[in-house]
Ligand binder design. Structure first.
Ligand SMILES: [Zn+2]
Length: 71
């Protein structure tokens, strides 16, 4: 089972990773980490663990505890 879901904001193109347990806590209501009003996001990938996605791309943790692409 994939533990981390990769999303992409359809409106500004920001990619971010959210742990599945966080998604469950928020009833699947996911918004863009850079622009809270952006609610059109789509799943672009999933990872078993964080190391795997850190290797694939550079992410940083934002204030909400989600991970977003660095730079
Ligand atoms: Zn956005």
């Amino acid at each position: 089972m994939k533990e981390y879901i990769v999303y992409k904001c359809v409106e500004c193109g920001t990619e971010f990773i959210i742990p599945k347990r966080y998604i469950d806590l928020n009833n699947n209501y996911i918004t863009c980490p850079k622009h809270g009003r952006h609610t059109r996001v789509r799943v672009v990938g999933a990872y078993d663990d964080l190391c795997e996605c850190m290797k694939a791309r550079k992410y940083k943790r934002n204030s909400r505890g989600a991970l977003e692409q660095d730079g």
